[in-house]
Design a binder for this molecule. Structure first.
Ligand code: SAM
Length: 222
């Protein structure tokens, strides 16, 4: 089914950055849509399409990416679980060529429209991809992942994706809002030959300020 943004009640927001800003079109009533679009997965578990929200983790990661301009110029970047596309759009603004991926085609449709309205479409490519079944035949020097490790069953496919698609000297950047189970994911990361550095920053979204952690992940032997 062809999705059109006009099928959704829309709102827009501006995310201010140090060097510029990003205008995003978002869904106006994400709670209602989350409920409407929820379904059972193949194992009968409730699946909630969290792309209907903009998450504070994507704002924190976008602000971090903004500091990497000299590294990202012309770099090939993969974003997983891109949602509305904020982090990848900022990577495009820094001069990277970004492949935005998400399992949900509606999310990609919003991400593509948001890339266009921020005039970065020439640096942006969109691929519907489930991280359980990645579909690339190349490696990436940068992988971006904002708020994708909230469920434990995501961990193994995401770590496998890093093993297969992160360049030998590559950097994967994760952000997450200090959920208790994140500790478990970063133990799996260490157990699989990666190391990381962590930093934390405050993000205000919809009037609420929260702490978000950024993890810079690299192979142990680099
Ligand atoms: C919590 S949202 C984060 C969205 C965005 N990165 C942000 O921070 O605003 C998680 C995202 O991961 C996507 N996702 C969930 N399961 C996925 C899977 N198996 N493969 C790829 N993307 C998935 C969802 O569609 C959603 O866009």
């Amino acid at each position: 089914m062809k999705i059109q943004l006009k099928d959704y009640p829309l709102t827009s927001t501006i995310i201010k950055l140090k060097t510029g800003r990003v205008q995003l079109t978002l869904i106006k009533e994400p709670d209602w849509f989350l409920e409407q679009l929820s379904r059972e997965d193949s194992e009968g578990k409730l699946y909630l399409p969290y792309w209907t929200y903009l998450w504070e983790s994507s704002i924190a990661l976008a602000r971090h990416v903004e500091k990497l301009r000299t590294h990202l110029k012309d770099a090939h970047v993969l974003e997983i679980g891109c949602g509305f596309g904020l982090t990848g759009i900022v990577a495009c603004q820094m001069g990277a060529q970004v492949i935005f991926t998400d399992a949900e085609h509606e999310a990609l449709h919003f991400a593509e429209s948001n890339a266009e309205q921020n005039s970065v479409e020439q640096n942006a490519h969109f691929v519907q991809m489930d991280w359980n079944t990645p579909c690339f035949n190349c490696k990436f020097p940068y992988i971006l992942a904002a708020d994708v490790i909230y469920e434990e069953h995501h961990w193994t496919p995401i770590v496998t994706l890093l093993q297969n698609y992160l360049s030998p000297n590559g950097i994967a950047l994760f952000s997450e809002p200090n959920r208790k189970n994140a500790v478990g994911f970063f133990k799996v990361i260490r157990d699989n030959g990666f190391r990381y550095q962590k930093s934390t920053s405050a993000v205000t979204l919809d009037g609420k300020t929260s702490q978000v952690s950024i993890y810079t992940v690299q192979r142990e032997n680099n």
